[in-house]
Write a protein that binds this ligand. Structure first.
Ligand code: AMP
Length: 269
């Protein structure tokens, strides 16, 4: 495994004519990340994993500061996975020019996380833009847990890069809680509370699948969660193809963002 810290070295060491798979991460690796890596290793001849905590996608300084960091552990995991390249760029390298930090999204797309985390996806798209200029990958592997992120990245890179998005399913623990780097910031009991909320959402999803009329129970599900003093940022049902509120029993998707203490978790079913 080659650990590469500069764009120059990356260009020297990687043969971009090969079938390259790219897995962008912010580190604090977990089984969700590992499943993306497995997909890339299966489909591509070489896999590049980046670890870069992108400062401009954090709408709160404190959140950026507290984001879990475990580089030594991460590198060990990646070495065991036998991946080809780890890319660890500095902030200065990624954002050499200030203009590189500005990518706008449509007002129409300012929903769900984009509504509540102002500037978040602008920052995500900016870093993806920079990465795909540097890493000429055939495929980029992204997780379904961040569904809106995939939706916006797919739209953004469609006519701009030759890289194809591969969507990977959400990996969950035995309690149904999606793996997330932010879970490292939670105590055991908090994780249990989070998984109980996810269980309620999953149950709600299954009940709608059985009988679409149950979709009207959204508010009572919300109330049931809030009564346990959990702050829900949003709990919405949308069309999974275009994220509009016009959905039917075939294309509906449930989206949730909630807080356990100060830690924000998102999921979708
Ligand atoms: P992050 O390090 O949080 O920026 O995530 C890097 C990639 O891993 C993104 O494409 C995420 O959607 C994906 N990811 C995060 N959690 C999971 C999970 N539980 N299952 C599958 N993919 C995930």
């Amino acid at each position: 495994m080659k650990i590469i810290k500069s764009i120059n070295k990356l260009n020297k060491q990687v043969d971009f004519k090969a079938n390259i798979g790219f897995v962008p991460t912010m580190g604090a690796l977990h089984k969700g990340h590992l499943s993306l890596i497995d997909s890339s290793k299966k489909k591509c001849s070489k896999t590049i994993v980046s670890i870069f905590i992108n400062p401009i996608q954090f709408n709160k300084k404190k959140d950026y500061k507290n984001y879990p960091r475990s580089l030594t552990r991460d590198l060990k995991i990646l070495k065991n996975k036998k991946i080809d390249y780890v890319f660890l760029p500095t902030i200065d390298q990624i954002y050499k020019e200030k203009s590189n930090t500005k990518i706008n999204i449509n007002n129409k797309d300012k929903i769900l996380c984009a509504k509540y985390r102002k500037g978040h996806f602008e920052g995500v798209l900016a870093v993806i833009n920079q990465f795909l200029k540097i890493i000429k990958a055939r495929y980029i592997f992204l997780g379904n847990k961040d569904y809106q992120q995939i939706y916006l990245i797919r739209k953004f890179i469609k006519n701009k890069f030759n890289t194809k998005v591969i969507t990977c399913k959400t990996i969950r623990d035995t309690n149904n809680l999606a793996y997330s780097s932010r879970n490292f910031l939670l105590q055991k009991n908090d994780l249990l509370i989070a998984s109980k909320i996810i269980y309620k959402i999953k149950k709600f999803y299954n009940s709608i699948k059985k009988n679409f009329k149950n979709i009207n129970k959204l508010n009572s599900v919300k109330k049931d969660i809030i009564k346990n003093k959990i702050k829900i940022e949003y709990l919405e049902i949308r069309n999974k193809n275009n994220l509009s509120k016009k959905y039917n029993k075939k294309n509906f998707k449930i989206f949730i963002a909630f807080y356990i203490n100060t830690i924000r978790l998102i999921d979708n079913f």
